[in-house]
Design a protein. Sequence first.
Length: 291
Amino acid sequence: MKIRFNLQFMKWRNPAMLLSLILFAASLGLVVFRGLNLGIDFTGGNVVQVEFEARPDVAEVREVISSVVANGAMIQDFGEKGIIIRTNEDTEASRIQVVKSLTDRFKDMKVVGFEKVGPVVGRELRNQAAIGLSAALAAMLVYITVRFQFRFAVVSVVPLLHDAVLALGFFSITQMEISSSFIAAILTIVGYSINNTIIILDRVRENWGDLNKVGITELVNRSVNQTVSRTINTTLTTILPIIALCVWGGPVLAAFSYAMLVGVVVGTYSSIFVATGLIVEWYLRSPEVGK
């Protein structure tokens, strides 16, 4: 049996949008003043390649490294006996300390190579990513304008910025290390959030003929209620495997999994309250007969 909801979402639109504005401003402030804990992909550092007669677990190697490297390290298996260690610190003294700590713990270890590397995610790549994302947002604006209305396009894109900035604020306050997988998570969040928003706005478009009868507030509220069961089901089926990644994914997947967790929660919230709240307030201040 299909469950029908009749919740007054739009009654809470102003407090919800005020909360979003506060969190958005706080997140920007955290990023500016507290900063982000950027990983080796962004900052560069040392890469040390070692081999063992009997290779230990990566977790055991990470435990040793964490005692001498303040910002952690990326550790991965290499071949049958080797391990590659990447650290944010690019000084020779840091590299020597890492090697010494490993030698003290693992007597059968030998260093087979090392190098100082620059950031994988360099300025050029970051600029290209920004250009690509801007082009994608512009394409979304054009498509949604043609498919729906210009106002729908604007209120669909604004929450995407909201979601991305709140994810950055979370990483700033927790100081979790940000790796290149964080970029992938942000792009995935953008796709997830716009999908949720479009589903709601599509139902608004279908109900648009009732605008003069019920008013924009009731029309949007009814549309959200008609799609909320789908939103809940989609969110739950998405968030459960993400929680599993957060719990059992380990340090390598931490940036991606936690960014996705925050993004899905915030994206669902912004689709229900921010996008719809903006469209209601816009039409209340500047009424217009729709298509």
